[in-house]
Design a binder for this molecule. Structure first.
Ligand code: DQA
Length: 165
């Protein structure tokens, strides 16, 4: 027992566990168009999001892959390690029915997020096959959007635990 109460981890961080899953090409942040995606690398983004998580009162963990099957497997295993998800599948968002079905298997509350404002870009980016399984979509807010997404997830989990009582 750490003595820090329920939800506390060994490093003293507390709160619900939120896994942020970055998809294809997100590892190339810093090299991609800064007008659309900003100037931070993925590692820098994760440092910023870890700070947001602390402020918001949740614990964030991260993973990134360029392989669709691995992204599906991360979703399959998510209920063992997370209470909620924040998903930026990159271009898979727009066509991967496999990821959509894996998200359904995960069955966790999820927010879809995009750094750029996808609904104002090419027509093909305006379709999301995961949107119907996410309770909210955040787009066009850059890195700050992750703070919004973390707040949304925290509030959703609080509402869910209130309902369970
Ligand atoms: C993105 C938007 C997608 O359309 C694109 O394919 C990406 C990044 C975003 O964060 O804005 O890779 O998900």
């Amino acid at each position: 027992m750490s003595g820090e109460g329920p939800g506390a981890s060994a490093d003293g961080a507390a709160g619900p566990r939120v896994t942020v899953l970055h998809g294809v090409n997100l590892d190339q942040l810093g090299r991609r168009d800064p007008e659309l995606y900003g100037t931070l690398t993925l590692a820098e983004l994760e440092v910023a999001v870890t700070g947001f998580a602390r402020e918001v009162g949740v614990r964030a963990s991260f993973s990134q892959t360029n392989h669709e099957g691995e992204y599906c497997e991360a979703l399959h295993g998510a209920p063992q390690v997370a209470d909620a998800l924040i998903l930026n599948p990159g271009a898979w968002t727009h066509y991967s029915w496999a990821i959509r079905d894996a998200l359904e298997v995960a069955g966790l509350p999820a927010v879809e997020i995009h750094l750029s404002k996808v609904e104002e870009r090419e027509q093909w980016r305006r379709t999301s096959v995961i949107g119907e399984l996410c309770f909210e979509t955040v787009s066009g807010q850059g890195v700050e959007g992750y703070r919004t997404a973390l707040e949304l997830v925290r509030d959703r989990l609080r509402a869910m635990s209130g309902r369970a009582r």
